[in-house]
Design a protein around this ligand. Structure first.
Ligand SMILES: Cc1cc2nc3c(=O)[nH]c(=O)nc-3n(C[C@H](O)[C@H](O)[C@H](O)COP(=O)(O)OP(=O)(O)OC[C@H]3O[C@@H](n4cnc5c(N)ncnc54)[C@H](O)[C@@H]3O)c2cc1C
Length: 571
């Protein structure tokens, strides 16, 4: 491989000039002969000729290759025809990243250099290896995760987004890809000559931006999240003929916890989410009250770990994929979930973990600026849009407080608008103190946002608000408004299936539900036997990450009870 980079730790690692790895030894470990001998039972020998492509960007990866002899050149390739060396793997090293746990598309090319002998371990055997070989599995798992992290940091293997970096629709798509830990690379036509040329050639109209160029060179114009996901091969489909033990709707903390515990206890599991893993928690810049993280952890980092863990135990994950409806008739003994893509998932039990959707208050023109300056979360992507500007934020709960503190590190000023006259009743003391100590957060009490202004089809330009105590309507040039005004349960997809909801639409479970089955009722079972509910969507739940995760763990015991699973392990 032509690469003039640094040589790592005396091994065969050659890092290309554009790439550097923070934890090189952990990212590209070299296994001993004894360790490779332990791996042999999981794979089969495969040989490749000089120059042969072993795996290819954008095509499903065959699994993990352990290199026994020869070398493999790993290169990145984008849809604009750029090929960049990343690393070279030699004897004792292995080629894979975390996507190979579930047979996802490869994000890089791997090509044999000279004659190459490998041990190919397919995805299902790789998962078995990680579980059976605890110490070795831990090293391999860490390397797979670190590799994905470095691909994300370098924008390697994903699509190229072309559009102005301060455009709201570019930010919305970047947010979608980031929330799903999918690498991508942004080219701003104002700073990059190639990008300006491509825009001039393909689509000079701003309504077509961003352009998304996939690795095979396909150009999508201002695509929806689902179109991008399909084009990138992000979504694994359900296996039509398979009947899962449990189907979980929602991949927030509650759904992820259910998936990890259920899959690790031997149940066959499918999980789906309409948008991204992590749910509401994935939108939290810093969770400070989750047990075991004294310095706090971002919701995305916490959920990302759980997402990898669920895959390690074999849960099949489909994102983005919405459950459209649930059929509880069980004519053939199974529940049927209709998916928005038209497919169907069949399972013996269902766990409702669909959480809550951000509430949209009554504000003039709100829907026109959704995703164009109106945001319901505050991630680094949105924060970048606010650099040096004034932003408005509505809400008085902990999520609003966290977001205000986070945004104050990027924006010139955060105008925090609060309906009531104080924060004490709705926000934790530590956050109130932090807000009070932050000079560029201005608290405006007894206030309601009344309207939004901007040109048709363009981004938000101006926000109007009014004091609830009377007086003139005020307004200011504000291009980003953050709304943290609570959430409603995401239960539309349960319409007509017989699952009882409370007056606010949350799922009723346990003794409150109308079940009379002649057996003890799980606290988490709904009015339909075999359908369970966990986390924020459940009536009476505590609406906290810790609560959602606890319920995810708890529901698995109830699932075993319902399924009559003789393989239930002892606790
Ligand atoms: C900004 C913010 C900060 C927060 N900070 C904290 C904190 O510091 N500490 C704390 O304890 N809690 C915090 N919370 C609350 C915490 O995030 C929630 O209690 C927790 O995420 C609930 O988890 P869940 O899995 O029940 O639901 P959710 O997180 O709401 O996840 C539900 C998932 O279901 C998916 N879904 C919905 N409908 C469908 C469908 N039909 N088909 C497929 N998928 C569907 C959604 O896309 C979503 O990903 C915060 C919340 C927010 C918004």
């Amino acid at each position: 491989m032509a690469a003039d980079g640094v040589s790592g730790n005396g091994s065969n690692i050659v890092v290309g000039p554009t790439r550097s790895f923070a934890r090189l030894e952990q990212t590209f470990p070299t296994l001993t002969d004894a360790e490779i001998a332990r791996l042999r039972r999981f794979g089969e020998l495969r040989s490749y000729k000089d120059g042969e492509l072993m795996f290819e960007t954008g095509k499903p990866g065959p699994g993990m290759f352990v290199v026994l002899a020869g070398h493999v050149a790993i290169t990145e390739r984008d849809g604009l025809g750029h090929v960049t060396p990343i690393v070279e793997q030699g004897p004792g090293q292995f080629c894979a990243e975390v996507g190979q746990l579930s047979g996802r598309v490869a994000l890089v090319d791997g090509r044999a250099e000279g004659e190459v002998e490998t041990l190919l371990i397919p995805s299902d055997r790789l998962r078995a290896l990680l579980v059976a070989e605890a110490d070795l599995g831990e090293r391999i798992m860490r390397a797979l995760i670190l590799r994905r992290v470095s691909l994300i940091q370098g924008g390697v293997g994903g699509p190229v987004l072309i559009g102005p970096s301060n455009s709201a629709s570019v930010a919305a798509l970047q947010n979608f890809l980031s929330r799903n830990s999918f690498p991508h690379h942004l080219l701003d036509p104002e700073r990059d000559g190639d990008a300006a040329e491509i825009i001039a050639r393909y689509s000079p109209s701003p309504s077509d931006w961003p352009l998304v160029v996939t690795v095979d060179g396909t150009v999508l114009r201002n695509p929806s999240e689902n179109e991008v996901a399909r084009a990138l091969g992000m979504v694994g489909g359900p296996r039509e003929s398979r009947i899962y033990d449990v189907a979980i709707v929602g991949c927030g903390p509650a759904g992820l916890a259910t998936a990890v515990y259920a899959a690790s206890e031997g149940l066959s599991v499918v999980v789906m989410d309409a948008r991204a893993f992590g749910g509401q928690a994935g939108a939290s810049a810093r969770i400070e009250n989750y047990l075991g993280f004294p310095t706090g952890i971002s919701g995305h980092a916490l959920a990302g770990r759980a997402f990898s863990q669920a895959q390690k135990f074999g849960a099949e994950i489909m994102i983005p994929m919405s459950a459209a409806s649930l059929d509880c008739a069980r004519k053939d003994g199974n529940f049927k979930l209709a998916l928005d893509c038209g497919d169907e998932v069949r399972s013996r039990a269902v766990v409702v973990a669909s959480g809550a959707r951000y509430r949209r208050p009554e504000i003039d023109n709100l829907e026109k600026f959704d995703g164009r300056g109106v945001w319901y979360w505050a991630s680094p992507v949105e924060a970048r849009l606010c650099a040096g500007q004034d932003v408005a934020l509505v809400g008085a709960g902990n999520s609003a407080g966290q977001a205000a503190v986070f945004l104050s590190g990027h924006a010139r000023k955060v105008l925090m608008m609060i309906r009531g006259g104080g924060l004490g009743a709705s926000m934790s003391r530590y956050l109130i103190e932090r807000i009070e100590a932050t000079p560029n957060i201005e608290l405006i009490f007894n206030t309601e946002v009344t309207g939004l202004e901007g040109k048709p089809g363009a981004s938000l330009e101006r926000v109007r608000w009014r004091s609830r105590l009377g007086g003139e309507e005020m307004s200011a040039d504000i291009r980003n408004l953050f709304l943290f005004v609570g959430a409603d349960p995401a239960t539309n997809w349960l319409d007509g299936c017989g699952v009882s909801l409370d007056r606010a639409g949350f799922v009723v479970t346990g003794a409150q539900s109308d079940l009379n089955l002649g057996r003890p009722i799980s606290q988490l079972e709904t009015s339909v036997p075999g359908v369970f509910a966990v986390g924020d969507v459940r009536s009476g739940s505590v609406k906290r990450v810790g609560g959602a995760i606890g319920e995810g763990a708890q529901v698995v015991a109830a699932l075993h009870g319902f399924l009559g699973d003789s393989a239930k392990p002892g606790l």
